[in-house]
Write a protein that binds this ligand. Structure first.
Ligand code: SF4
Length: 101
């Protein structure tokens, strides 16, 4: 399991305490913006691709939530916030829908 796929809860200026779900590998993006806080893109792509198993991400997220609850750390939001462009994940819809059912 890659621990960095799920991180937090971290303070967010807009969202209070947020748990981040990193749904694609580092620096895969459509662009390579010079101001990117993540650095230069390692792989520039335009087509969506399935990177991680959404069920694994959900299991890891659930564990993170349980640990935060055990440690009395409040969580205001879950955010899908990648080290790249999260919408390049072909499983993004499945990941979101699984939280709704
Ligand atoms: S992650 Fe955002 S800021 Fe960074 S290169 Fe991609 S589009 Fe630009």
């Amino acid at each position: 399991m890659d621990e960095m796929r799920i991180f937090g809860p971290v303070p967010s200026r807009r969202l209070g305490k947020s748990v981040g779900i990193n749904n694609i590998p580092p620096k895969i993006c459509t662009y390579s913006c010079v101001y990117c806080q993540l650095g230069r893109s390692l792989k520039m792509v335009m087509n969506r691709h399935a990177y991680y198993d959404p069920d694994e991400l959900l299991t890891e997220t659930t564990k993170k939530i349980q640990n935060a609850s055990f440690n009395n750390e409040p969580i205001d939001y879950l955010t899908i916030v990648s080290d790249g462009e999260p919408t390049l994940d072909a499983n993004l819809g499945q990941l979101i829908v699984r939280w709704l059912i």
